[in-house]
Design a protein around this ligand. Structure first.
Ligand SMILES: Cc1ncc(COP(=O)(O)O)c(C=O)c1O
Length: 375
């Protein structure tokens, strides 16, 4: 037996959120499917943690305990990453407030801000993830995404948290690409973590999930109330699947990150691929900050194949790379982001390494690129 006082990532993932061992009970109890629960006829809802399924579900609470352990705070689970992001932006911002968002982050957040937040009287300003950041005076909330999707730039969370707090602003970090094993924004000084659990956190491409985590009860309470009011909850089965998947996060990320290192190096060695970005490449612009603040590098690489036609030929020739618009899953996927409206070149690909054997993935990638010919 090891006498380690701080368990490693694999141990933390396997045990996160599990109930105390009880003879005759499963390790991870199955999903509780309930809309109403039995109430005490006299004491009513005060006598039980479970009154009605929208605010209360034990399967969801277990998942939240697990995510909270990994992020180092208290977590609230949402129906999707977008539900979590809007649950931070809408209850915390008031007319007249200013919010700072990334120019190069997940585009529906920008669309939501310019279409909905601006119409509610919130001033919306945009900053590139890599900066430079303006003074934060008069800003209520800064939301950063690091590494940013899809360009993979990063920002210094500790520095931004200090500057935000000096100006009386809040810092929220979208931790989707990194996952809580890749970085712990609350430890770095962020007030809130928000993320899509649809991606690497759960990683099986079979559910949507989001979460918000914080150490500040006064921030989480309005967000919890917002979730109860809007009903943006994950169902019990998805919460249970997510919890089951979380147990292998360490293993999955280890292989994804190793595959990304090999893929990035192989792409760099080719003269027919440009713009290769991966925060773990020592000469990547993101490397100095990423290597300081991240605990491990993500499985996502981005690069440019020069044209939409060449991307199509590459994807048609590959046996292992699925064309799909998500990332962080078990299967290697690639997404031509210009087809969704991202402000990137026509041949730009977000390439998400799965857990295939590295040698197989490299062989397939090389053969498919060779078959795709010139741009
Ligand atoms: C960085 C980031 N944040 C949030 C989201 C939204 O997550 P969901 O699709 O689970 O709503 C995504 C989705 O791709 C994302 O990439």
């Amino acid at each position: 037996m090891s006498d380690r006082s701080t368990p490693g990532d694999g141990t933390r993932c396997v045990h996160a959120g599990l109930p105390e061992p009880t003879p005759g009970e499963p390790f991870l109890p199955g999903p509780v499917f309930a809309a109403p629960y039995h109430l005490d006829p006299a004491a009513g809802p005060e006598a039980t943690p479970n009154g009605y399924g929208r605010p209360d579900n034990p399967t969801r609470r277990r998942l939240e305990a697990a995510i909270g352990e990994l992020e180092g705070g208290e977590a609230l689970a949402f129906a999707s990453g977008q539900a979590a992001l809007t649950a931070v932006l809408l209850p915390l911002l008031r007319p007249g407030d200013t919010v700072l968002l990334p120019t190069d982050g997940y585009f529906p957040v920008r669309a939501f801000a310019t279409e909905t937040l601006a119409s509610l009287g919130v001033q919306v300003r945009f900053v590139p993830t890599a900066g430079p950041y303006p003074a934060f005076d008069g800003v209520r909330l800064i939301l950063v995404e690091t590494p940013a999707n899809p360009g993979l730039d990063v920002c210094d969370v500790t520095d931004l948290a200090e500057r935000a707090h000096a100006a009386g602003a809040l810092l929220a970090v979208d931790n989707t690409t990194a996952t809580p094993l890749g970085q712990r924004p609350l430890d770095l000084g962020a007030d809130l973590v928000v993320a899509s659990g649809t991606k690497a956190l759960t990683g099986h491409s079979d559910l949507l999930l989001g979460y918000v985590a914080s150490r500040a009860a006064e921030l989480l309470e309005p967000i919890r109330a917002w979730r109860t009011t809007t009903g943006a909850i994950p169902g019990a089965f998805d919460a249970w699947l997510a919890h089951r998947s979380l147990a292998t996060l360490d293993l999955r990320l280890t292989r994804q990150s190793a595959n990304a290192a090999a893929v990035a190096a192989a792409l760099r060695a080719r003269t027919d691929v440009t713009g290769v970005r991966w925060p773990g490449l020592p000469d990547d612009p993101a490397y100095p900050v990423a290597s300081r603040q991240m605990r491990r590098f993500p499985g996502v690489v981005s690069f440019d194949l020069g044209s939409a036609d060449r991307v199509a030929r590459f994807l048609a020739a590959s046996r292992l790379v699925f064309a799909a618009t998500s990332f962080g899953g078990l299967h290697t996927t690639a997404d031509r982001r210009a087809q969704w409206g991202d402000d990137v070149p026509a041949g730009f690909l977000r390439f998400s390494c799965g857990i295939e054997d590295t040698a197989d993935l490299l062989a397939d990638l090389t053969a498919a690129l060779d078959a795709a010919g010139e741009p």
